[in-house]
Design a protein around this ligand. Structure first.
Ligand code: ATP
Length: 327
């Protein structure tokens, strides 16, 4: 096994709170194992335009508590092309980079999987996405912070909903995954949750509103942006038609869900997985995402990690909870 001396680290796709804690852990663990760690700027774009810097111990001081990513991130179209990846590889070789650590979501790992197979370069991934939609880890870095941001915001919305007897439809992030909506919805005591994965949609909600307590007008409905009804405004229009008595308001939480200080859970997860990524490389692992399953470190091939969560994890059992608890 060839000794890994120089590694590159990058953050890619949507930013997530805890990415900085992950970068810090990768840099410090790399130095601990006697490696030189180079930070590439703006994800895969940094590999292609050769924008990188050597990171020492101090370069990651005082960042564990910061949201966003000091390495910046980008959606890089040219890495999707064979020509773009060929340039990235040429640059990496010229810079004597032996291995990469990529921090991102399923798109990032899809790119890493293709790149690793094409050029046989060791790559380990860290799950950095607020969506929690990867197989091979119980939680992704950023998810805990994002759902707590949603809970904080919706608690405030609940105050005004209660005071004015309003029904609020709150849209949260999740184009393909309802996991932010599900967990935060249960956390705020929502009366209804609409998610992309479930056909238990608007009809059930309508039935519930029809059968609900007539004197309770204040309600919170959480809608994932990728919900099959078409997001909060479509749901709002449909409900307004059916229930003219309700004073219905829409609130789109948007990008506040990505920002802010990472929670302690995310900082610790990022720190642990960052060290495990470097130790994985030291032990010859490649083509895998490092995650945490039932408290243990687990290495899952990119091809499996990107298959998203088993649909059963976003199961009717969770939606059943909402029905029972929002009588
Ligand atoms: P999030 O879901 O949190 O936004 P992500 O990693 O899924 O994170 P994407 O924008 O889907 O975010 O992917 C990040 C980058 O990965 C893309 O901009 C692109 O450079 C690379 N990538 C995605 N899919 C592919 C692919 N099929 N081939 C090569 N590269 C890809």
């Amino acid at each position: 096994m060839q000794k890994i001396k120089n590694i590159g680290v990058l953050t890619s796709g949507g930013d997530a709170p805890g990415m900085n804690a992950a970068i810090r852990a990768v840099v410090r663990a790399g130095i601990y194992y006697d490696m030189n760690v180079y930070g590439y700027i703006r994800g895969y774009e940094g590999l292609i335009v050769n924008d990188f810097m050597l990171m020492d111990r101090k370069s990651v001081a005082n960042i564990i508590q910061r949201g966003g990513t000091i390495l910046k991130t980008a959606r890089c179209e040219s890495f999707r092309t064979a020509e773009g990846r060929a340039i990235a590889y040429k640059n990496i070789k010229q810079n004597n980079i032996d291995a990469l650590v990529v921090i991102g979501g399923d798109g990032t790992f899809t790119g890493a999987h293709i790149f690793e197979e094409e050029y046989n370069i060791p790559i380990i991934g860290l799950p950095g996405t607020i969506d929690n939609d990867l197989a091979g880890t119980d939680f992704t870095i950023g998810y805990d912070t994002a759902i707590n941001t949603v809970v904080d915001a919706v608690d405030k919305i609940r105050d005004t909903a209660e005071s004015h007897d309003r029904l609020f439809i709150v849209e949260v992030m999740g184009r393909d995954s309802g996991l932010i909506a599900l967990r935060s919805g249960i956390g705020v005591g929502a009366e209804g949750i609409l998610i992309p994965e479930s056909s238990v949609g608007l009809d059930d909600l309508v039935k519930k509103l029809e059968g609900g307590r007539k004197n309770k007008f204040s309600k919170i409905i959480i809608v994932a942006e990728g919900d099959i009804e078409g997001g909060a405004f479509s749901v709002g229009n449909l409900l307004k038609e059916k229930f003219p008595a309700y004073d219905i308001r829409i609130s789109i939480l948007g990008h506040i869900q990505r920002g802010g200080k990472p929670s302690c859970m995310d900082r610790v997860l990022a720190s642990r997985l960052g060290v495990a990524a470097i130790e994985g490389l030291v032990h010859g692992k490649s083509g895998v995402m490092v995650g945490q399953i039932h408290k243990d470190i687990a290495y899952t091939p990119f091809s499996q990690a990107i298959k998203h969560l088993d649909i059963n994890q976003v199961s009717p059992a969770w939606l059943r909870l909402v029905n029972i608890l929002s009588l």
